[in-house]
Design a protein around this ligand. Structure first.
Ligand SMILES: [Zn+2]
Length: 389
């Protein structure tokens, strides 16, 4: 809505709204332009009060009375698009662009609006052409490039997304390296899918060259190396995740353990787990270690270890594990009570989301590198806390 108000402010300024305010400060008002009807400000007020329907009514009436006011058309078109009436928005903006009397600024603004209409309507080819034209004209460049990135992302045209991101970086001065790394990961995924492992590895390495903290690239590299039986390299890649973003640690515990098992060195895994639980407060590595202790030193030692850990990191999963273990040795009433407890902890865990987007709160059971809801990259992570990790 704010964006729309900015669109309308030039008219407000020219029509004396600001001039009148400046006058009260004792500054001379600029040369007056024909006053806009008070309807215009009523429309603005409706927008400010988040009443777009009433604003539309007012603007439609204005357009009927004075069809020359470009800004009113722009505002109206924008409102129609927001309301989902894309066809009407497109008609308004197309009519505007056809006017020979538009200033350069008005024309490029109308082009941008029409491009956004096309995007909203899913007409990506048309939107792309308009946005490229704007970039060529040097107008609204950052916004046009951002829209193009969104289009290429939706079309999964990762090569074009990368090139456009680079241009956007040049224009805004803001690094988009972490997003570019994700695009390379997408390319790696595709190469892997097409049976081109060499190409996949190359794309993963490129991802890491853009963002050396790209967890996804490290996990993919680990999988690639393990697949080609190079377990030592796979271990290196998986362990890197712990350095890059420790919150993703639960993702690599299992595959890492498997690699150590395959090279016959589970002792090293144990050392790693001992080291990592000092820095990581989630449950996954603690339970992995508990399993190892159980295999090596028996159930009693494992239960003692978990009980001790649960004091430091209370968690439903840990408790569930402990109850599971205790159930095997209990009988009679004690067993019945434990079963009730086990049922309860299982229900608490059941159906709970495991991952959550740190930007928009979207939660689910699968790990997405791009949030399905807000489309941010790298924002979905394992849920922490008593009922989570
Ligand atoms: Zn999100």
């Amino acid at each position: 809505m704010l964006e729309l108000l900015w669109l309308l402010l030039p008219v407000a300024a020219a029509s004396g709204w600001f001039a009148a305010r400046r006058n009260t400060d004792g500054v001379r008002a600029g040369p007056g332009r024909k006053d806009l009807s008070s309807d215009y400000f009523r429309g603005l007020n409706y927008l400010l009060n988040e009443q777009p329907d009433k604003a539309i009514e007012v603007f439609i009436r204005m357009v009927e009375i004075d069809s020359e006011t470009v800004e009113t058309h722009l505002a109206l078109g924008n409102l129609f698009r927001r309301r989902g009436e894309v066809d009407r928005a497109i008609r308004i903006h197309q009519n505007l662009i056809a006017r020979p009397t538009l200033s350069r600024e008005q024309r490029t603004q109308a082009l941008l609006e029409l491009g956004e209409d096309y995007m909203r309507a899913g007409l990506f080819d048309r939107a792309e052409n308009l946005l490229l034209e704007l970039i060529e004209l040097g107008a609204h460049k950052a916004r046009a490039l951002q829209h193009l990135v969104d289009i290429y992302q939706q079309e999964q045209d990762w090569d074009k997304a990368i090139t456009t991101c680079r241009r956007l970086e040049e224009t805004t001065g803001h690094s988009m390296h972490h997003v570019i790394a994700q695009y390379y990961c997408e390319l790696a995924d595709r190469a892997d899918h097409d049976g081109e492992p060499g190409q996949a590895t190359q794309m993963i390495k490129r991802a890491l060259s853009f963002d050396r903290n790209c967890v996804r690239a490290s996990i993919m590299l680990g999988e690639r190396e393990a697949k080609s039986q190079d377990f030592k390299s796979a271990i290196r890649a998986y362990k890197r995740v712990g350095e890059q973003d420790i919150e993703f640690l639960p993702e690599i515990i299992e595959p890492l353990h498997e690699c150590y098992r395959l090279i016959g060195n589970t002792g090293a895994m144990q050392t790693y787990l001992h080291d990592i639980i000092r820095r990581y407060h989630g449950t996954s590595p603690m339970l992995a270690l508990a399993e190892q202790i159980r295999e090596q030193d028996g159930e009693r030692a494992a239960a003692e270890f978990v009980t001790d850990q649960l004091r430091k990191r209370p968690s439903v999963r840990g408790l569930n594990w402990l109850i599971d273990l205790s159930l095997r040795h209990s009988t009679g009433e004690a067993k019945d009570n434990l079963l009730i407890l086990h049922d309860l902890t299982s229900k608490l865990l059941e159906g709970r989301p495991v991952y959550e987007c740190r930007k928009c709160g979207f939660a689910g059971k699968a790990l997405h590198w791009q949030c399905p809801s807000c489309k941010a990259w790298n924002s979905v992570k394992p849920i922490q806390g008593v009922a989570g990790e």
